[in-house]
Ligand binder design. Sequence first.
Ligand code: ADP
Ligand code: MG
Length: 261
Amino acid sequence: MADLAENASPAAVTDRPVGGPLVVLSGVEKHFGPLHVLQHVDLTVHRGEVVVVIGPSGSGKSTLCRTINRLETIDSGTITIDGRELPAEGRDLARLRADVGMVFQSFNLFAHKTVLENVTLGPVRAKGVKRSVAKDRAMELLRRVGVADQAHKLPAQLSGGQQQRVAIARALAMDPKVMLFDEPTSALDPEMINEVLDVMVGLAREGMTMLVVTHEMGFARRAAHRVVFMDGGQVVEEADPETFFTAPTSTRARDFLSKIL
Ligand code: ADP
Ligand code: MG
């Protein structure tokens, strides 16, 4: 299998056509006490599509990600993944959750397990994959993200960029239908950001369906089919990256862009 980072060239990945709806949020509402964090969010991510979500701190981006795999419940509305509504609990929830890979800002690796064990455990425990099979696949994934030589170390012995690439491999080991990234490079030293983004661009190029919360506009321009701008719990605007960055229509998006660009 090709090394994901090696595949990354500046060419756009977005010429690749996208398929039908895979993740569909419809009229999603979420409160934390008096705080209305998601306000009637409608959002569709199509098969093979890369959607970048941007917006100010506190606008609901992380909550949006967390509702998609039910780390948070929703108050009303629906979320379907591959045509099935997310159940509240039970075995169906576990199965649907396995369809959604998640990569967080803080890498969240098991600190006392080796890199290889981190990537092997999920398929063995949650999917009943034979350990030897899971190990072979884990090594293949670690090669893909360029950290196979670190397989027998503990996470703390790796750089932040390497740990985040392990976290990506761990999510991929579950064979998710969609990958969610919540500010995957925000906790990294600047020199490590690109090694993680390159892996993500490689994934996009291979056709992975991705929802990516990030402020990395270079990544959005390189890999996103669509940019979704959130503010105050609402999807305020969505457009292809070129249109969004050159001609945002809402005042709120223009204000936000003027601060970060
Ligand atoms: P973003 O990721 O865009 O910065 P979040 O989704 O993390 O935004 O947060 C949206 C709002 O919800 C913020 O005002 C945040 O303080 C609040 N919030 C997030 N999680 C919780 C929680 N578990 N309990 C109460 N308020 C929360
Ligand atoms: Mg957040």
